[in-house]
Design a protein around this ligand. Structure first.
Ligand code: AMP
Ligand code: ZN
Length: 111
């Protein structure tokens, strides 16, 4: 937990978000500024700054995040219409929240 981190505050319940999933390892919530009709962020509970900070011990967690992305895509009805999974790594790539997250983006055909 890093109290300067917006995603840690959301996970702790100190800041609000529209959750689509929560468990002991990861959460998922709607992006406050969506770039598409569906734009969900899949976020580990552990404060990991980025892919660059990943360690071997995170292997199962990363795998779980990818599988959860697929499940959420299915639940939100965009599994077959297509979606993107994006991870920005570092400010040069556009990362602005330094708590690892996968963007699940899609639903263009729905609206
Ligand atoms: P990135 O550029 O990969 O670091 O993406 C960070 C994303 O977090 C941006 O798309 C923001 O719109 C989103 N974001 C920032 N603050 C919040 C928040 N309080 N709730 C939901 N999404 C947020
Ligand atoms: Zn954090």
């Amino acid at each position: 937990m890093n109290s300067d981190c917006i995603f840690c505050r959301i996970i702790k319940g100190d800041s609000s978000a529209k959750f689509v999933y929560k468990d002991i390892d990861l959460v998922a919530f709607h992006n406050i500024r969506p770039d598409a009709p569906v734009h969900v962020l899949i976020v580990p509970v552990e404060h990991i700054e980025s892919i660059n900070a990943l360690e071997e011990r995170h292997s199962a967690l990363i795998s779980k995040m990818m599988l959860k992305a697929k499940e959420i895509a299915e639940e939100l009805g965009i599994k077959d219409s297509g979606y993107k999974l994006v991870i920005n790594v570092g400010s040069g790539a556009g990362q602005v929240v330094f708590h690892l997250h996968i963007h699940l983006i899609g639903g263009w055909g729905k609206i």
